[in-house]
Design a protein around this ligand. Structure first.
Ligand SMILES: Nc1ncnc2c1ncn2[C@@H]1O[C@H](COP(=O)(O)OP(=O)(O)OP(=O)(O)O)[C@@H](O)[C@H]1O
Length: 246
């Protein structure tokens, strides 16, 4: 099965009101691989991920998920994961486990993200980073063949970021097709089989990290992104002050 395209987006378009966010985006994600979406804040990564995960219907274009026979088709980690505050960590995973028609090893699920030691702690008493780890664990419950992760390492310290990247690489090694948005270029460099750079609603580059670096004459993704994205534009999007700059 490994290497088959299990998630395909074809000429996907989406707008919020009169603001076009995705302007004809096509993408194949294969089983056993990690695809990282890079791009400035507001470039449409989360919108694309929510469409890929089936949570949002695009205005136009086709989304195909080949997940027949899977207990759960898609695991999804939102950008801001939120859980019932009074549930413990173990109860939270048990709840998600109850939604899929298969036996879940809760301890192993928590262990893979390093949360087995806080299984009895209530969610409201977790740190922000721990909540994100719980979100990642939740996204893997039921071994979905497609895993969609929106900034899985956001707000985590460098060691945890590294650990999360290892967990994600393991998911792909075990056959999952992983599609994730990230601003962690080091992680993308390390674990991405494919990178897509999104800007102004379209992909401006795609390929392995090495291929993108070769194409842009750079030796790190950070340099490649600088070469591909107009930094002034990106800062304008971030701060909303583009119109104020003289
Ligand atoms: N529900 C919504 N209604 C209206 N506009 C939206 C909605 N969701 C997103 N947008 C707009 O769509 C654009 C793309 O947002 P999106 O969250 O997809 O970007 P992103 O690349 O994930 O950004 P970031 O890196 O900051 O998370 C932004 O201009 C955003 O304001």
């Amino acid at each position: 099965m490994s290497g088959e395209v299990v998630l395909a987006l074809e000429d996907v378009r989406h707008a919020f009101g009169d603001v076009a966010v995705l302007d004809g985006v096509s993408l194949d994600v294969k089983a056993g691989s990690v695809t990282c979406l890079l791009g400035p804040n507001g470039s449409g990564k989360s919108t694309l991920l929510s469409i890929a995960a089936g949570l949002r219907t695009p205005d136009d274009g086709a989304v195909t998920r080949r997940t027949a026979g899977a207990a759960r088709s898609v695991g999804y980690l939102p950008q801001r994961p939120a859980f019932r505050p009074q549930f413990t960590v173990a109860e939270t995973i048990a709840f998600y486990g109850s939604l899929v028609p298969m036996e879940i090893d809760e301890t192993a699920t928590l262990g893979q993200v390093g949360l087995d030691g806080v299984a009895d702690r209530q969610v409201e008493n977790l740190s922000g980073g721990m909540v994100r780890l719980l979100g990642l664990a939740q996204a893997t419950v039921g071994s979905p063949p497609i895993v969609v992760l929106d900034e899985p390492a956001s707000g985590l310290d460098p060691q945890l970021r590294h650990h999360i990247a290892d967990v994600i690489a393991d998911l792909a090694a075990n056959g999952a097709a992983v599609l994730m948005a990230t601003h962690d270029l080091g992680a993308a460099e390390r674990i991405a089989d494919e990178v897509r750079v999104l800007d102004d609603g379209a992909f401006v580059a795609g390929g392995s990290p090495a291929a993108i670096e070769a194409e842009t004459g750079t030796d790190l993704l950070e340099g490649a992104i600088d070469a591909l994205i107009d930094r002034e534009d990106a800062i304008g999007v971030r701060s909303g002050t583009a119109g104020d700059r003289g």
